[in-house]
Structures are given as structure tokens and as C-alpha cells.
Design a binder for this molecule. Sequence first.
Ligand code: HEC
Length: 132
Amino acid sequence: MSMKTALRAVRGLVVGAAVVLAPTAMAAGRAPTPKECAAHPTNPVVKGGCIVIDRKTGNCMACHVIAGTKMDGNIGPRLTNLRARFPNKAALYAQVYDAAINNPYTAMPPFGKDHILTKAQIREVVDFLWTL
Ligand code: HEC
């Protein structure tokens, strides 16, 4: 293999890796942009982030500070480092499904119990929250 061919192969690998990594790296740790929502309609983390920031679905930033959003709600706590606050995704799912299980007087809407979001949507929301 010539030096040139070797370099080209390496470059191809780097580009290939970036393409493979992009969808999971996208929107991890912060809310996705509308552009990312349109570009990655099947990635569960991106989809969950898009549900969270869509005013017609989750609208979670109405009450919570979420990295990557401008509208910082202050009714609930900042949504960050949830892996340290919840033992697993199931516990986080339960919080979003019906926050009353942790606080009977909560102001947070019971997104699952009241069918505001579907179970599949809540699973995607949790996949996104787990990256914050
Ligand atoms: C009307 C306000 C409101 C909305 C909308 C809301 N929440 Fe909350 N949320 C709260 C409050 C208040 C708390 C604090 C705990 C409690 O009082 O139940 C909370 C707590 C949480 C917690 C626990 C945080 C922690 O560190 O313990 C998570 C996770 C959460 N909300 C996720 C969401 C998600 C995801 C959405 C959107 C799908 C959302 N919330 C929408 C008010 C809201």
C-alpha cells in the first residue's frame, strides 16, 4: 500500500466513524435543535429530546431548565445528572409517567397516566433524559 492509499484509507475510516457516531452523539447532554429533530427522525435520544422541547407534546421546559433550551422554567428542578438521582431508567420512566408516585402534591402533569404522551414516547423521553 502506498503512503497516499494508506492516508486515504485512514481518512475514510475517520469519516466513517464520524458518520456512525453522529446520531448517538447528537442531542446527548442537551436538547436537540429543530434541524436535528428533522434530520434524525428515528434516533430514540433525538426523538425523546424533540418530544421534551415540543410545546405540543412534552413542553417540559415550561417548568424545567434543560441544557440547550432558551425557555428556562423554574417550577421544577433543573433536569441534569438524572443518573445520579434515579437508580435506573425504570424509576425515571415512573416519574414521567406519573410524578404523583414520588410526590402526591406535585405540579408535574402525569404524562403517561393522563395519556399526554404514549408509553413509547415516554421511553424515548427517558432515553434522552438519561444523557443529561
Ligand atoms: C407544570 C410543571 C411541570 C412540567 C410541565 C413538567 N414538570 Fe417535571 N417536575 C415538576 C416539578 C414541580 C418537579 C419537582 C418534583 C415534584 O414536585 O414532583 C418535577 C420533577 C421532575 C423530575 C425529577 C427531577 C429530580 O431531579 O428529581 C423529572 C425527571 C422531571 N420532572 C421530568 C419532566 C419531563 C421529562 C417533563 C416533560 C415531559 C416534565 N418534567 C414536565 C414540574 C413539571
